[in-house]
Ligand binder design. Structure first.
Ligand SMILES: [Zn+2]
Length: 352
């Protein structure tokens, strides 16, 4: 039997047939034991759109991307260090001569080819299906020239389109920051808090407040950049008065939650991204709780977050709801919804 997580990931992947959605699935649901997948993703976005690459085409960009994060925040892993970071440490403490750099690149290339490129397209315990793949790796031996990747039309579509490429990079950077900050703050389970005024998530670490990304950047990829309610495609570029501007919405209005003894009514468990019309337009949601359809959608998303181990969103949801596992999250959320189910829940007039 397929477990729930695998089924949900498959559904997420298959609900939108686009190259962007494939990359998004890999970034959101691929294994989070190290941040290598983000460095690889960013390096791939710098590749020339051609049908074939060799691993060495990606290595320098991969290492540069990884070092740019690693030197400021060594928390790029679930735990411990790796042979690759040992080589990077050695390089960073060297005189950084040309030959130090080539030594590092030599060591890195094999690791990248055998461990990162190979695993990048795995989610939910297996490789994604062939028609979604971004590349096919060929050759797994020590022979440098045979460390090839055949790029598929999926990734070529992105590489040939600057707007798509920017979207991928934005989502990758945002997600990377959230993951590394969560590991940095690993000593404190209360990793991610929402600052309503500035609409950002921040993390409390050793009494220091570290600003993360905007709540929109963090949550939007899970909604494929669409309004949680009406499905309208959202876009920040048009400015805050545009109908497609992404707002942060409290699914259960804050004022209604105050009496329910919820530790953090401002927590991620209760936040989604919505269009201006749904959030505050003429027929907007305002202070109404959602109808059951959207309650169930929110519950499903929260359970998905909780299933992601060592993930900041998981900790934030567990802590906010005073729950220890996904069963408790479900129970707690259902109890909250019960308080409102005598009110006719809100739904949008128009859907996209
Ligand atoms: Zn909407």
């Amino acid at each position: 039997m397929m477990d729930i997580k695998k089924k949900d990931i498959k559904e997420f992947l298959e609900s939108e047939q686009s190259a962007l959605n494939t990359v998004r699935t890999l970034l959101l649901f691929g294994r989070n034991s190290a941040t290598y997948k983000f460095a690889l993703c960013n390096a791939l976005m710098k590749a020339k759109p051609s049908s074939e690459l060799v691993a060495s085409d990606l290595t320098e960009d991969f290492i540069n991307e990884f070092i740019s994060h690693y030197k400021n925040n060594p928390h790029q892993f679930n735990n411990g260090s790796t042979s690759l970071t040992k080589s990077i440490d050695q390089y960073l403490s060297s005189s950084k001569s040309h030959s130090d750099w080539s030594d590092l690149i030599d060591k890195a290339e094999k690791v990248i080819y055998l461990n990162v490129i190979d695993r990048f397209q795995n989610v939910g315990g297996g490789e994604i299906e062939k028609n979604y793949m971004l590349y096919e790796p060929l050759g797994t031996n020590n022979d440098k020239a045979s460390r090839k990747l055949i790029l598929t039309d999926n990734i070529l579509q992105i590489l040939e389109n600057d707007v798509l490429k920017k979207k991928v990079l934005d989502e990758s950077h945002s997600r990377w920051q959230v993951v590394e900050e969560a590991w940095r703050a690993g000593v404190n389970p209360n990793t991610l808090e929402y600052d309503k005024q500035n609409e950002i998530f921040y993390s409390n670490c050793r009494n220091q407040r570290i600003g993360l990304r905007s709540a929109v950047d963090v949550l939007s990829p899970y909604q494929k950049g669409k309004c949680f309610y009406c499905g309208r495609q959202l876009d920040k570029e048009g400015g805050s008065q545009s109908p497609s501007f992404p707002d942060v919405d409290h699914v259960f209005p804050l004022e209604m939650l105050v009496k329910l003894n919820i530790i953090n009514p401002n927590g991620i468990w209760n936040l989604v991204i919505a269009c201006m019309k749904c959030n505050r337009g003429a027929d907007g949601k305002f202070m109404t709780p959602p109808c059951i359809e959207y309650f169930e959608k929110l519950l499903k998303r929260n359970v998905l977050f909780v299933e992601e181990h060592n993930h900041s969103l998981r900790n934030s949801i567990l802590l906010s709801l005073n729950a220890r596992n996904k069963a408790a999250v479900t129970e707690r959320m259902k109890a909250i919804f019960k308080h409102f189910d005598f009110i006719k829940g809100w739904k949008p007039v128009e859907r996209f």
